[in-house]
Ligand binder design. Structure first.
Ligand SMILES: O=C(O)CCC(=O)C(=O)O
Ligand SMILES: [Fe+2]
Length: 385
């Protein structure tokens, strides 16, 4: 079904809220998390160990950043040769979102004190474009502290998800994520939306329906404006954050492939609001670009679902390819957006699997991906391969 055909209903979804303090046993946490990933793809966490001061400080910095004049922010605009920086023209499913964003990624060197455009800091996604200290004092320090805190929390959640499938903290993908993730933080600002309808006759959305591409997302939601919705049983339902310091977690496409379809990457969207502005920040916890994500052999004693077949339903997905195609689709119309369903095992000829091999042969993951340069490859028809 086309998600835009689904009626909007003022429903609420009480996704599980998980207390990560020592008050409940580890086994209980594993069980609740893995069930939530299988049933909703969404849950919330409290008592997660990230200090409320850091969250307050981070939110203040986001406000200061988005209050800068548009011309100033446009100096740091992301472009065809660099996926990181400011932008206000993102396409999701070929529709323009009603938002402004700043994407900040893991520096290639992992050293935040090194200049952003140092060649050692460049990678497939590009390099960070942050204000100078004189332009926004303290900004860089707070952003990097928040980023590092998110990386550690994401490792903790990914480990819990792995335990739910009978794995442990040294399961290959969990270790690989911990040591070499290519994650990024996206500060979202949704301005008040006065437009009633856009040229296609519908009210603009903050973000059109999508699934997050990576492994998992840690979302800091706005406590005063609740606009994030997930599709559940063909109805859009709103996820209300428990409070200002709660994180909303959702599973991403790569966790769906890795769990052989047990953990679901949920379809979600963000409404625009005619009265209130809104801030949110997802931290996208992503594998390293060269990771080939493939289904885990699910053990029979795995907790999430003991009845599902262990035969792999997906072929391998090269994360660097999936990420590059998604990013290219944000900037240019490549047609239908890439989905993990393109990697379901099947006897049919598959264009993405073919392109993925060509891409892997050509790409250097240490060099920023250039959309213009790669578009011919990404658009290539299967018969050309
Ligand atoms: O703003 C939100 O609540 C969700 C943002 C989101 O889904 C995204 O940036 O991928
Ligand atoms: Fe999202």
């Amino acid at each position: 079904m086309d998600p835009s055909d689904v009626p909007v209903e003022p429903a609420e979804l009480n996704v599980p809220t998980i207390d990560l303090s020592a008050t409940i046993s580890d086994d209980d946490v594993v069980e609740i998390v893995s069930k939530a990933c299988a049933e909703y793809g969404f849950f919330q966490i409290i008592n997660h160990g990230i200090s409320s001061d850091l969250i307050d400080c981070y939110l203040d910095e986001c406000r200061r950043y988005f209050e800068l004049p548009l011309d100033t922010k446009l100096k740091w605009k992301r472009n065809e040769g660099n996926a990181r920086g400011f932008f206000n023209d993102e396409l999701t499913q070929q529709k323009r979102d009603w938002k402004e964003c700043l994407d900040v990624g893991a520096p290639g060197s992992r050293d935040w004190s090194m200049d952003d455009d140092n060649p050692m800091n460049k990678c497939l996604d590009g390099w960070n474009q942050l204000p100078q200290e004189s332009e926004l004092p303290g900004f860089r320090r707070t952003i990097s502290m928040y980023f590092d805190a998110m990386s550690m929390l994401a490792d903790r959640i990914a480990t819990i998800m792995a335990k739910g499938l009978g794995e442990d903290k040294d399961s290959p993908i969990i270790k690989q994520l911990r040591e070499r993730h290519s994650s990024y933080l996206r500060a979202n600002y949704y301005p008040i939306c006065n437009e009633q309808v856009d040229e296609s006759g519908s009210i603009p959305l903050g973000i059109s329906p999508h699934r997050d591409a990576g492994f998992l997302t840690i979302l800091l939601q706005d406590v005063d404006c609740h606009s994030c919705q997930v599709m559940k049983n063909n109805v859009w339902v709103t996820i209300h954050p428990v409070d200002k310091y709660t994180f909303t977690i959702n599973t991403g496409d790569m966790a769906e492939v890795w769990s052989n379809g047990l953990y679901k990457a949920p379809l979600h969207r963000v409404l625009s609001n005619p009265f209130k502005e809104r801030y949110s920040t997802p931290f996208f916890y992503n594998p390293s670009y060269e990771t080939e994500v493939k289904p885990l052999a699910i053990r029979d004693d795995a907790k999430a679902n003991t009845t599902t077949s262990t035969a792999p339903i997906f072929d391998e997905v090269l994360w660097g390819y999936f990420r590059a195609v998604r990013f290219a689709g944000d900037l240019t119309d490549l047609g239908v957006e890439i989905q993990v369903s393109d990697f379901l095992k099947s006897d049919k000829d598959n264009e993405h699997k073919r392109k993925q091999i060509m891409f892997a042969n050509e790409v250097d993951f240490n060099i920023p991906f250039n959309v213009e340069q790669y578009t011919p490859l990404l658009l290539q028809k299967s018969s050309d391969g």
